[in-house]
Write a protein that binds this ligand. Structure first.
Ligand SMILES: Nc1nc2c(c(=O)[nH]1)N[C@H]1C(S)=C(S)[C@@H](COP(=O)(O)OP(=O)(O)OC[C@H]3O[C@@H](n4cnc5c(=O)[nH]c(N)nc54)[C@H](O)[C@@H]3O)O[C@H]1N2
Ligand SMILES: Nc1nc2c(c(=O)[nH]1)N[C@H]1C(S)=C(S)[C@@H](COP(=O)(O)OP(=O)(O)OC[C@H]3O[C@@H](n4cnc5c(=O)[nH]c(N)nc54)[C@H](O)[C@@H]3O)O[C@H]1N2
Ligand code: SF4
Ligand SMILES: [Mo]
Length: 737
């Protein structure tokens, strides 16, 4: 292999370019991790247009995680109380194929479910759609993006007629007002934040930064205005700002007349949101509300950025659409420095959307409900008319309900760790433990979800397989394999294709390599909003990363922004205003459960710790979980800094040492989402959360539930720290299988 390889960081949706080189290079000392193990050297790729050479701590340390605790061979067991035994690929795949056939003929294809991930490459996603939705004829493929991006997807489709973030990262340097809502960009999208912060600092006073978040995050620290609203009051805030913009005559009536629809219904809603009412509901002052509206009104170019504080809500789609409304009423879209920009979380959640990786989607930004879309895809896949089911498949939470009711015969989980990341975790785990047959395909062992598997399949991960990923600004990067695969690991798409062939679909899965898979997928994007027929592995290798839309005939890649012609993908070409009243939280606090629990991420850690929990530097940055409590609340409960606190919701409980801080609003508490049962004793955020979901996107309200706080006595604290020590020695003693 060549000395250095260009690729993409496999962590977050910023999608930074990386350049990696082998541990041993001529004339240089061998690069080693803190335990002396030789590791690939990682640095930012200066030529990558999205990141221009920058990386954060996660990208910089990724190589240290690649060799530790890997799942190396297929493993099987007859029941969850038995130990795993090593099996051959042949035996594992036969068992899966037999099970699929039995379930198909006894319960029907709708009893088969697959749960995938925004950490798949596009090729993995595409082959999984072809297998499940095409060949097997069930739309029961859902991805962890259901917990992540689905509200943004629904909002874009409803407002603009199609999914797809309309902005690009250059807009970060061009905006006059950055409006950040429910996003801790500084910790979760650090390289985007660096770029914005630089622009903000350079234009001190001229460029405004507003942050809307119940926590005073690192992002909020940098803002000109931090609106610490009560959780779940975003729609009140946006409607209240719209009220002021209208009162001040700061709306663009020509744009509204010529490019939008449904404005009268929106106006009817807005008149119910005068400043005094809104300020009270949001827990901010009228002056703060007016300042936010004034910054928006007075800025020539307004860019809003949002992520989980908006999406993970029982009114997530309504929140995102209400924010988009502000852009529509002021014509802040389709021009440099402006627009509604949802930040994708995972490295390839975007590619997943393009490949149809949610239970209501088909490849090429198509939807299963649309008969024309179904027949286009059936024809392209060489399948009989009517093979693709006309109704959306189960969402991941509905799969859990299906398991509870005994309606699921097989569940196949890949590249996600639901035994940590799903809401209402006790219920989720109980349902998983009732599964008659679970296949779990992951790169690492142990993980929490492996406890619920009958078959474990070792996945080749980033660095060991070649494929593409799309970042938040619609930019596609080739991730070239540069290391050997450990043990018998295989790429996800290869495993899906092999099962497809063994089921008799030889023609459909006749791919020699991932370049062929991607080339086939791009044909399904022809004429679609996410067209990428002009992109292929070879061109990406030669020309570097490219943004879609990129049709074959277009020589120059000229796709920085969508909707520059102010025509949208709706039937009438107009963007549609949404008329939503605020409904608030699905589980508001009450006298029994008086606090709102929110949760989120820390800079150095990634999700369920499968990688960052195994890297010294990131582990040291955030050694243990904690709960943030406002001094006023802590005082009332007699809680001091570092005291242990038990957090109880109607569904479950967890224990954390307290961090007493004014960074969190009174009445709200915050815990990180990262620690599952493998990494800490009883510190799971999702032990407490509930599955109530947005009716449009079916995305659960992971960001808020009602809890009570109970200080723990010294005895329990001692037991806990003993358990901690026992656990960490257990982990370090776990061998690779
Ligand atoms: N370091 C790190 N970076 C990551 C990840 C990671 O695990 N670690 N994961 C990636 C993924 S998949 C994702 S989805 C993104 C997530 O990126 P973010 O969305 O930025 O991350 P979170 O910390 O989950 O939540 C953001 C904020 O929402 C706020 N919030 C809670 N309730 C409300 C509300 O009602 N209204 C408003 N306005 N805000 C609210 C929380 O206080 C929190 O600060 O990060 C990506 N980047
Ligand atoms: N309370 C609460 N819960 C949340 C959230 C929250 O904010 N709060 N956020 C939600 C969101 S936005 C997200 S995205 C999810 C994330 O939750 P998960 O998807 O459960 O988190 P990860 O730890 O990223 O799990 C990815 C798994 O894929 C494996 N893996 C990595 N690469 C590959 C590969 O190429 N192939 C295969 N087969 N496996 C691979 C890793 O080893 C790891 O086990 O959590 C959701 N849950
Ligand atoms: S900002 Fe995201 S993509 Fe960039 S290096 Fe950090 S984790 Fe990787
Ligand atoms: Mo996410």
């Amino acid at each position: 292999m060549t000395d250095s390889t260009k690729t993409l960081c496999p962590y977050c949706g910023v999608g930074c370019g990386l350049e990696v080189s082998p541990p041993a290079r001529s004339g240089k000392p061998v690069n080693r991790d803190s335990q002396g193990y030789p590791v690939w050297k990682v640095q930012g790729d200066r030529e990558h247009p999205s990141s221009q050479g920058m990386v954060c701590v996660k990208g910089a340390t990724i190589a240290e995680s690649l060799h530790k605790d890997r799942l190396l061979y297929p493993m099987m067991r007859e029941s969850l109380d038995k130990p795993f035994r090593r099996v051959s690929w042949d035996e594992a795949l036969n068992a899966i194929v037999n099970r699929i056939q039995t379930v198909r003929f006894t319960q029907g294809a709708e009893a088969i479910c697959m749960y995938g991930s925004g950490q798949f490459q596009t090729e993995d996603y595409y082959v999984a759609q072809k297998l499940m939705k095409g060949c097997l004829g069930t739309n029961n493929f859902d991805a962890n993006s259901r917990l992540c991006m689905s509200s943004a997807v629904a909002a874009y489709i409803q407002s603009f007629g199609s999914d797809g973030p309309p902005c690009c990262y250059d807009d970060l340097d061009l905006t006059d007002c950055a409006f950040l809502v429910g996003t801790n960009t500084a910790e979760c999208h650090p390289i985007i934040f660096n770029r914005l912060r630089k622009h903000h600092k350079k234009n001190n006073g001229k460029v405004k930064m507003v942050v809307v978040d119940p926590r005073r995050t690192a992002t909020a620290e940098a803002a000109d205005l931090h609106l610490a609203i009560k959780p779940g009051t975003d729609i009140d805030l946006f409607n209240g700002m719209a009220y002021l913009l209208m009162r001040w005559g700061k709306i663009d009536t020509i744009f509204i007349d010529e490019c939008t629809s449904n404005f009268p219904a929106y106006c009817e809603v807005i008149r119910h949101y005068p400043p005094e009412v809104v300020a009270r509901k949001c827990g901010i002052t009228v002056e703060e509300l007016e300042t936010a509206a004034r910054y928006w009104a007075e800025s020539e170019r307004v860019l809003s950025l949002w992520s989980m504080g908006i999406n993970q809500s029982s009114e997530g789609t309504a929140k995102a659409r209400t924010l988009i409304n502000l852009h529509l009423m002021t014509a802040q879209i389709g021009k440099p420095g402006a627009g509604p920009f949802s930040l994708t979380g995972q490295p390839n959640a975007m590619g997943g959307r393009e490949a149809g990786g949610l239970s209501h989607l088909l490849p090429g930004y198509r939807v299963v409900k649309n008969a024309r879309h179904r027949s286009e895809v059936e024809k392209f896949w060489g399948l009989p008319v009517g093979r693709i089911a006309p109704e959306r498949g189960l969402t991941v939470w509905e799969m859990i309900l299906g398991l509870e009711m005994g309606k699921v015969g097989l569940v196949w989980i890949a590249a996600t760790n639901p035994a940590v990341s799903m809401p209402d975790l006790e219920r989720t785990k109980k349902a998983l433990s009732r599964s008659p047959f679970t296949v779990y395909q992951d790169a690492y062992y142990p993980t929490e979800t492996a406890n619920y598997a009958h078959v474990l399949l070792p996945a080749a991960q980033w660095s060991e397989k070649t494929g593409v990923m799309t970042n938040s600004e619609r930019r596609i990067t080739l991730c070239q394999a540069f290391r050997d695969r450990p043990g018998e690991a295989k790429a996800d798409w290869e495993i899906f294709a092999e099962v497809g062939r063994r089921l008799g679909f030889v023609e459909q899965f006749n791919f020699a390599n991932s370049a062929e898979v991607y080339a086939e997928f791009t044909q399904l994007t022809k004429g679609r909003p996410c067209e990428q027929t002009g992109i292929g592995h070879q061109r990406l290798g030669a020309d570097g990363p490219l943004q879609w839309p990129c049709p074959e005939e277009a020589g120059e890649n000229n796709a920085a922004r969508l909707y520059t012609d102010l025509r949208f993908h709706t039937p009438d070409g107009r963007a549609k205003f949404a008329a939503y009243h605020s409904r608030g939280l699905a589980e508001p606090p009450d006298p029994d459960f008086p606090f709102v629990l929110t949760n989120g991420r820390l800079y150095g850690h990634w999700h369920t710790l499968t990688r960052t929990g195994r890297i010294e530097k990131t582990k040291q940055m955030h050694p243990q979980p904690f709960i943030e409590i406002h001094p006023r609340d802590a005082g009332k409960l007699g809680i001091e800094d570092e005291d242990w606190v038990e957090v109880r919701s109607r569904r479950g409980m967890a224990r954390f040492p307290a961090k007493v801080t004014k960074a969190i609003a009174p009445g709200t508490v915050f815990v990180p989402m990262h620690w599952g049962e493998l990494w800490a004793d009883s510190a799971e955020a999702n032990a407490m959360t509930h599955p109530e979901s947005c009716p449009d996107s079916l995305q659960p309200e992971l960001k808020a539930c009602a809890v009570q706080l109970v200080p723990i006595t010294a005895d329990i604290k001692a037991t806990n720290s003993l358990l901690e020590t026992a656990k960490s020695s257990m982990l370090s003693a776990t061998p690779s299988v």
